[in-house]
Ligand binder design. Structure first.
Ligand code: ZN
Length: 441
C-alpha cells in the first residue's frame, strides 16, 4: 500500500472545502460579512488543531501568523468572530456533511486501505454505540433529551449513535456518519438509542450499498425488531445476549444434554472456554427469529488451585458458528470496546475535548461541532494509516497531546504553505533554522 495523493491533507481538505462552498446561502445578499465556508472551516480548524477552547483559538487567530495559516491550510479568507461563527454553524444542516464521510471511506477503499479491515469473507465489523456529547442543567432546546432527577432537577443532553468500522488487529477505526438521538418536533415520546440505530442503519445502507457490514452491538440491541431490520438491509450481526435478558433462549439451551464446545489453554495457563449452538429461537414468540448462539469464558487458576472466572460473555449472530469459526467470532465480538476506547475516549480525553461546551445553539450547533470533531479525528486516523510523515511525528512526540501542542505553537510563529511543510518543520526543525540576525535600522 502506497500513500495515495487523494488521501493527503490537501486533497481531503479540498473535497470538504469545495463541498462546503456549495452550501446554499440562506441569508440576504450583500448583508453577509462572512461566508458559510469560512465559518464552517474555522470551526473545523479549531477541532483539527485540538484547541480546548473555541474562543481562545478564535482570539489567537487574530494573530497575523495564525490568520495567514488559516488561509494557506484551510482556505479561509476571513475568520468570523466567535458569535458569528456559532450563529452560522448553528444553521448549517448537519446532514450536509454526510457526503464527506462517504467520500473518505470510498477513497480508502479505492487506495486498497479498506481491504485490511475485512474480517470474514469480505465482511467488515461495524461497532455501534451511543454516546453523550452535550449535557447541561440550564440550556435546552426542543430537541434536547431530558432526564428528571429524584429532586426534580432536569438535565438536558444531546446524544449520538455512532458507527465505526474496526478490525481486531488494527488500532485505527473508521467512523461513519453519526445519527443524532434527538427529539423531533411534535413527538411527546423521547427518542432512544435503538430507534436512532434503526434510522442509522437505513442511511448507512443508502450511503454504502455494497459494503457488507457485521453490526457489532451491545445487549440493548439483541431484540427481534432490531435484528430483523439488520437482516432486511442485508447486513449481518454479532450482538451481546445477556442471560437475564433472554430467559426463554437460555432455557432452550439448557434443555440440550450438551452443546458443542472447545477449550484452549494459553501460554499463561489461562483456559479459554467456547460453547455454541446454531439455529435456536431468540424468544418465545410464535414468529421468533432463529439465531446462532455462542458464549465464552476465560478461567484462571489461583495459587490454591481454585478456578476463577476472569471474563464471560455471550452473543447471538446470524453468521456460522462452528469449531473453525468460533475463536475468530469471539475475537471480533470482544472488540466492541474499540468504539469506546479508540473512538469515544480519544474524542473525549485525548485533546479533542468533545464534551467541552462549545455552545448549544438553537438548531444544530452542538451536533455540528461533534461532527467537526469526528471529521478531524477521521483525517488523523487516515494519516495514521497512510501518511509516513504524520506517522513519524506520532513516534517522535509520543503523546498526541504533545504533538498537537507543538503544531499549535508552530502555526503561532510561522506561516506554512502546506500541512506537509508544517509536519516536516516540527519533525526536523533544524532543517529550517538559520541564526537570526538583528535587522539594521
Ligand atoms: Zn438541546
Amino acid at each position: 500500500m502506497k500513500p495515495k495523493k487523494h488521501l493527503s491533507f490537501g486533497s481531503l481538505h479540498n473535497f470538504m472545502s469545495n463541498h462546503i462552498h456549495q452550501y446554499p446561502d440562506w441569508r440576504q445578499e450583500n448583508k453577509n460579512d462572512y461566508s458559510i465556508h469560512d465559518a464552517v472551516m474555522s470551526g473545523f480548524a479549531c477541532m483539527y488543531f485540538q484547541s480546548p477552547s473555541l474562543l481562545q483559538f478564535q482570539k489567537e487567530l487574530e494573530d497575523k501568523e495564525k490568520n495567514n495559516n488559516m488561509r494557506t491550510l484551510f482556505g479561509v479568507s476571513d475568520i468570523p468572530e466567535n458569535t458569528q461563527l456559532r450563529n452560522i454553524v448553528d444553521k448549517v444542516d448537519s446532514e450536509y456533511l454526510r457526503p464527506v464521510f462517504k467520500e473518505f471511506l470510498a477513497r480508502l477503499q479505492r487506495a486498497k486501505h479498506l481491504e485490511q479491515y475485512q474480517f470474514l469473507d469480505g465482511k467488515y465489523i461495524c461497532n455501534i454505540d451511543g454516546t453523550q456529547f452535550f449535557s447541561s442543567n440550564k440550556v435546552d432546546c426542543p430537541q434536547c433529551l431530558t432526564t428528571t432527577h429524584k429532586n426534580g432537577d432536569i438535565t438536558c443532553s444531546h446524544k449520538v449513535l455512532q458507527g465505526v468500522i474496526i478490525h481486531p488487529d488494527i488500532k485505527q477505526v473508521l467512523p461513519l456518519m453519526p445519527e443524532q438521538i434527538v427529539n423531533s418536533d411534535g413527538t411527546s415520546k423521547q427518542d432512544c438509542e435503538i430507534n436512532a440505530s434503526k434510522r442509522w442503519l437505513l442511511k448507512v445502507k443508502k450511503d454504502h450499498p455494497r459494503l457488507n457490514l457485521i453490526i457489532n452491538a451491545d445487549g440493548l440491541s439483541s431484540k427481534q425488531p432490531f435484528i430483523t431490520e439488520v437482516n432486511q438491509v442485508g447486513y449481518h450481526y454479532i450482538i451481546v445476549a445477556k442471560q437475564d435478558d433472554h430467559k426463554y433462549m437460555m432455557e432452550w439451551i439448557d434443555a440440550f444434554d450438551s452443546i458443542p464446545s472447545k477449550s484452549v489453554v494459553d501460554a499463561k495457563g489461562k483456559r479459554h472456554e467456547y460453547e455454541w449452538v446454531e439455529d435456536i429461537p431468540l424468544n418465545g414468540r410464535k414468529d421468533s427469529i432463529r439465531v446462532n448462539f455462542f458464549r465464552y469464558r476465560i478461567i484462571s487458576i489461583d495459587r490454591n488451585g481454585k478456578e476463577k472466572i476472569n471474563y464471560k460473555c455471550s452473543w447471538v449472530t446470524d453468521l456460522p458458528v462452528n469449531t473453525e469459526t468460533i475463536e475468530i467470532m469471539v475475537k471480533g465480538a470482544r472488540k466492541r470496546w474499540k468504539i469506546e476506547n479508540e473512538c469515544f475516549n480519544t474524542l473525549k480525553n485525548q485533546g479533542y475535548c468533545i464534551e467541552h461546551n462549545y455552545g448549544h445553539g438553537k438548531e444544530n450547533l452542538c451536533f455540528n461541532m461533534y461532527i467537526f470533531t469526528l471529521l478531524a479525528f477521521y483525517f488523523h486516523q487516515i494519516f495514521e494509516l497512510t501518511d509516513r510523515i504524520y506517522q513519524a511525528c506520532r513516534i517522535k512526540f509520543g503523546s498526541k497531546r504533545h504533538m498537537w501542542e507543538k503544531l499549535r505553537t508552530a502555526i503561532g510563529w510561522f506561516v506554512f504553505e502546506s500541512w506537509d511543510l508544517l509536519l516536516d518543520f516540527v519533525l526536523t526543525p533544524t532543517k529550517y533554522s538559520k541564526p537570526l540576525r538583528k535587522v539594521s535600522g
